[in-house]
Design a protein around this ligand. Structure first.
Ligand code: R5P
Length: 291
């Protein structure tokens, strides 16, 4: 009997195939048809034989569509397997992990309830936005870090006196980890985001970054606002090149263009979200955690 069967949702089929190869597990693909009204019909090529079934699906935009696809696949396979694990490399809604303003809903908790109801027994995710989000899922969940594989990529780049920078204080643990593996130092900027408008402001006033190549390390880039503001600030302080290392490059709307225009030299992200910048493969990190 095979131990694992891997099913790739449409948002993560390439990564799912890589995970299946590493686990030496059969890979099952899914199909998708979108109706004129926007509903999608998901099909599974083959019903898996008795094994631990791993459904791989990131929930990047369209977030709800990808989430519903994941829920649909899980609800189908839980009929033949009592052990269905969801690998959600990019966990959408993880930033909605607390009530920032009165009346807000902790939507990541709702996502957890839906996954549990569909039949998910365990979740594996990569660099989830916060520990709180992981806790709010209320299903056995594990978070793995992509920092090591990202650093491995950066080690191949010839950099001048590199310094790791976290664009906000919330990300300093991640930046510290990155800097430790790269064997360099790090700083964290103080950032403020207006909870109503979403506008970002850098509160730090002075940094010593002159003539250094910088690596801005973040878990995710969405609108690019945080990276643009940080880069403009760092450029004023006469740094050399600004690289961006992030796990999840959502790059919504004009984010890629805005980031380039702010002076960023290169963005390197992982394949939790496929795209032009996703040069780093996280399949090994995920399969190691599963096996
Ligand atoms: C914030 O705490 C996160 O770590 C990211 O910095 C943020 O979510 C990125 O969003 P945006 O690209 O829209 O500024």
């Amino acid at each position: 009997m095979v131990k694992f069967t891997v099913i790739g949702g449409n948002a993560s089929s390439d990564l799912a195939k890589r995970i299946a190869r590493r686990l030496k597990a059969p890979y099952i693909k899914t199909g998708k048809k979108v109706f004129p009204d926007g509903e999608s019909k998901i099909t599974i090529d083959q019903i898996p034989k008795k094994s631990i079934v791993i459904v791989v699906q990131s929930t990047y935009p369209p977030v709800d569509t990808n989430l519903l696809e994941l829920l649909s696949i899980v609800s189908k396979v839980q009929k033949v397997s009592s052990k269905v694990y969801a690998v959600i490399p990019y966990m959408g809604y993880a930033r909605q992990d607390r009530e920032f303003l009165g009346g807000e809903i902790i939507t990541i908790g709702v996502v957890g309830k839906l996954l549990k109801a569909a039949g998910v027994k365990k979740i594996l995710t990569v660099d989830i936005h916060s520990k709180l989000a992981l806790k709010e899922l209320k299903i056995p969940s594990e978070n793995v870090s992509a920092m090591e594989v990202l650093v491995k990529h950066f080690k191949k780049i010839n950099m001048k006196n590199p310094l790791v920078v976290s664009p906000d204080l919330g990300g300093q643990e991640r930046a510290k980890k990155f800097a430790n593996i790269l064997k360099t130092d790090f700083i964290a900027l103080k950032k403020h985001r207006d909870r109503k408008t979403g506008k970002v402001e850098i509160l730090t006033r002075k940094v010593d970054v002159k003539n250094r190549d910088l690596i801005l390390v973040d878990d995710m880039i969405s609108t690019g606002g945080s990276i643009v503001k940080a880069t403009k600030f760092l450029k004023k302080h006469k740094c050399k090149r600004v690289f961006v290392a992030c796990t999840h490059a959502l790059l919504v709307n004009n984010a890629a263009k805005d980031i380039k225009n702010s002076g960023v030299y290169q963005i390197i992200s992982t394949n939790t979200i496929p795209g032009n910048s996703s040069k780093v493969d996280v399949s090994k990190v995920i399969s190691n955690a599963l096996s």
